[in-house]
Structures are given as C-alpha cells and as structure tokens.
Design a protein around this ligand. Structure first.
Ligand SMILES: [Zn+2]
Ligand SMILES: [Zn+2]
Ligand SMILES: [Zn+2]
Ligand SMILES: [Zn+2]
Ligand SMILES: [Zn+2]
Length: 359
C-alpha cells in the first residue's frame, strides 16, 4: 500500500480476521460435507477443490487446481494401496505391527515418559505422567491415533507402520508425513512433488518464488547469489578465504581475530538484499484475502491446503472396502475394524454454517 493511502475494506477485514479455531472447525465440517460424494479421480478432486474454493475459478488458477488434483490422486492411491496391503497382511495373520496391530485385536504400547517429560512439583514429586492426545490437542482435521495416553507406540491407521508418540504434535507431524499436504502454489514451478513439512514448503515458496531476501557476492565481481545466509557465509569463507566466525567467541580472543571476524559479518550484511514487495501484493490464491505479513499469508495458504488434502483420508476409508472385496473376495473384512476412519468421521462437528469456507 502506498504510504499515506487508506487501507481498503478487504485489507481491513483480512487484518481483523483472526482465523480462530471456531472458524477452522466450521471449515473442516464444511469440507467434510463437500467430500462426501466426490469420485476419487482427477475430475472429482478438481471439482472438490473448486467447490471448497470458488475463488480459484474466478481468478482462473487452472494450473493450481490441476496440480493439487494430481497430488490428491497420488495421495489417494498411495494411502489406499497401503490399506489394501495391510488388509491382506491381516488376512494372512502376519501384520508387521504384531501386538500393536489394531485389526488383529492388538493395541498401543504405553511407554514410560522420559525424565525430561515429567512435570515435577516443588517437592520433587511427579505431578503428571506423560500426557494425553485428544480432539483438543491436535488440529481439527487430524484423525486421532489409536491411543489417548502418551507417550506410546501405536500402529498408525493410515500407513500401518508403528510410530512412537511423545507429544500430540509428534502425531500431527506423522499424519502430515503420510498425507504430504503441501503443494507449491506458484505458476510455472518446476518442482512437481508434495511437501511433508510446512516449514519446507514455506522455505521453497519464499526462496524459489517470493525471493524475500538474498545475498549477492560482491568480492572481485564474483556475483554468486545465495538465498540463505548460512550458505552465503560458507561461500565467502570457502571461496574468498574470509575468516570463519566461531559459534562461541572466547572473551580472550585476540584482537586481530575479532577484527577479522567482524569483517566477515560486515561482508554478509553488505551483500544482503531484501525484496521491495509487500505481502499485500500477493492476495491468497485460494480466496483473495490479503495479509500484513508473509508469515500470516503462508500460514493461511497452508491451512487451505491441509484442509483439502486431509479430506483424502475419508475417501480412502470409504473406498477401501470395495477394493479389498475385489482383490480378496473370499476373505471377510477383519472383525475388528480399524478405529480411525470412524473416530475421524465422528469427531467432525456437524456443519452449522452455510456453504462457503470462512477462514
Ligand atoms: Zn496391522
Ligand atoms: Zn502413518
Ligand atoms: Zn515452486
Ligand atoms: Zn563470491
Ligand atoms: Zn485464502
């Protein structure tokens, strides 16, 4: 926004929007409804995304709809195949999770909390043993693990490998690893993969596309460009023999060393460049809202993506029975079904908002 001009109404609304948990729960409920009759193919996932985000059609972000729909198919096929394989292992009675296999009547193994995780009161007594994982301790679109007590080792009901969980965020991280919810949102991007971790996705978009900051080496017309400070530091130390700064400078460091060290940092600062773009120049591709910081913008974009990607879990849970009957028509489905699809669906709040996602 040019200095002195008044903020637009849309900008004010975006600033006031705190994206609180209530809105998020309503969005999750809304998207849960929208996935109900989706056919798990390219067109089905395209339509689902457009229904969730009508703005995508209005701004003609066809590349993004296609890219996300393709990723949704990749996720769907991977998770479905893991489920079918697990079903076959269970039918043969040899699931690798052994006593933790839920379908074979097993259960999570509760672990002793590490000393670091114990809360000790003033007298040194243990005031809490481990913790719990419940609908309040993970984001609303994350299915619950097959344990409520932590720490524990469980059989994940999405990938069917065993996972150690010390705190609720370990579980959220694991679900994100299984689903890989994040996709680059920039047109023309050469990277076609999905991102498991939000931080990696943010770094990719910021470094490859937004170019928020960079370092251009000006030693002897070198011109080498780095998008990370650490890499630039390494460059001037290795290529131009600048003294390497130590992590913990000693107080008795020789004056000459200290001067050299300052020279290195001065060079890093001197070569540093920052974008002149502002976050308001980049309205959210999914809904058009603008944000005052890059952090808020990327956090918001990530929520849009997680919201639609995680819906694939419901489609997998729904379709798996058809698949296992086709592949394995003699075997009955296991008597004790995996609990997650049920608990996942049950924990969805009933939709109380009109169509259209809030954020
Ligand atoms: Zn199993
Ligand atoms: Zn898993
Ligand atoms: Zn990209
Ligand atoms: Zn250089
Ligand atoms: Zn948005």
């Amino acid at each position: 926004m040019p200095p002195g001009s008044l903020p637009t109404k849309a900008a004010v609304l975006a600033e006031d929007d705190s994206e609180d948990e209530d809105d998020w729960y309503q969005n999750v409920a809304q998207s849960a409804k929208l996935i109900e009759d989706v056919t798990p193919d390219f067109i089905g996932f395209q339509q689902h995304l457009l229904k969730m985000n009508p703005h995508l059609r209005a701004v003609n972000h066809e590349y993004l709809v296609d890219r996300i729909a393709q990723h949704q198919i990749d996720r769907y096929e991977r998770l479905l195949s893991l489920r079918v394989k697990h079903h076959q292992a269970v039918a043969a009675g040899n699931c690798a999770s052994e006593s933790m296999c839920i379908a074979l009547g097993g259960h999570a193994i509760l672990l002793h909390p590490a000393m670091d995780d114990l809360d000790l009161d003033l007298d040194g007594n243990i005031s809490s043993l481990g913790g719990t994982v419940n609908p309040e301790s993970v984001p609303p679109d994350i299915p619950l693990p097959p344990t409520s007590s932590l720490p524990a080792e469980v059989e994940c009901q999405l990938c069917f490998s065993t996972v150690g969980i010390t705190k609720p965020s370990d579980w959220t991280k694991h679900v994100h690893e299984d689903v890989q919810p994040f996709t680059c949102t920039w047109e023309g991007c050469k990277f076609t993969g999905m991102f498991k971790r939000k931080a990696d996705w943010v770094r990719h978009e910021n470094e490859a596309h937004r170019r928020l900051e960079w370092w251009t080496c000006d030693v002897d017309d070198c011109g080498h460009v780095c998008s990370r400070r650490d890499n630039f530091l390494q460059h001037i130390v290795r290529e131009h023999r600048f003294p390497e700064p130590k992590a913990n400078p000693s107080s008795v460091m020789k004056l000459a060393q200290r001067i050299n060290w300052d020279l290195t940092w001065a060079k890093v600062d001197q070569c540093h460049h920052k974008t002149t773009n502002v976050p308001q120049d980049e309205p959210c591709r999914f809904c058009g809202k603008t944000f005052s910081t890059w952090e808020r913008l990327t956090a918001h974009l990530a929520r849009h993506m997680a919201l639609s990607s995680l819906q694939v879990l419901k489609v997998v849970a729904r379709e798996v029975l058809d698949k296992v009957t086709i592949i394995d028509p003699i075997t009955e489905p296991p008597p004790v079904g995996p609990p997650n699809p049920v608990s996942f669906l049950e924990r969805m709040p009933s939709p109380s908002t009109p169509p259209g996602l809030l954020f």
